[in-house]
Design a protein around this ligand. Sequence first.
Ligand code: MG
Length: 226
Amino acid sequence: MHRVRVRVVEDALDANNTIARANRADFDRAGVTVVNLMSAPGAGKTSLLERTLGDLGDVRVGVLEGDVQGSLDADRIADAHVPVVQLNTAPGFGGECHLDANMVRSALPSLPLDDLDLLVVENVGNLVCPAEFRIGEDVRAMVASVAEGDDKPLKYPLMFRACELVVVNKIDLLPYVDFDLDRFHYHLDAVNPGVRRVLTSARTGEGLDEWREWLVQVAVRGRARV
Ligand code: MG
C-alpha cells in the first residue's frame, strides 16, 4: 500500500517535470529568465518586489503572482507599473498550496513574454510544497523573515536547499525578536553550505540594492545563455 502511494507521487512529479521542461523551452524561445520566488506566508515577497522591480535599469521585468485566491498582491505590483498576471489555485486547481508547472503553463498566454527579460514568479506562501515542483524556472530564491525563527532551515531543509539565494528579510525587527542571526547562518550552512544570502528590510530599504543587483545579474546571465 505504502509502495503504491510512493509510485503515484513519483509519477505526478515526473509529469510535472515534463510540463516544466515545456515551459522552460517557451521561456528560452522568448528570451525570458525566470525566478521562482518562494517563502512562508507573510515573509515579505510582495513588499520586496514592490520596492525594487520599478528600478531594474534596462531589464524588462514582469510578475506572475501565485495565491490561493484574490488579487491583492497583483494589485500592489500593478501599482509599481510592472506587468503582472494573477494566478489563483482556487477554484481551478483545487486551492493548492503551491504552483506547479501546469498552473504556470495555463498563465503563459496571458503573459507578454516577448516583451520581458525577466519574469518573477511569486509562489504561494508555503515552506514545503513549492520546493517540490519545478515550474520551468532558471533559478529559485526564497525569503526568510526574522519573525519566523532562526531554526527554520533545520525544519524545512528542502526549501532552503533548493534555493540559489536566501533573502533574510525584516532585519529592522532584529532588536525585537529572539532571532539569532549567527545561529541562522549556521543552520543554513548545515543544509545548503555557503548559499548566497542577502539581508534586507523592505521597510527601511536596507539591502534592497543588493537584492536588485542580484535580479539584474540573473537577467544578464540568462541573456548571455540565449
Ligand atoms: Mg505576496
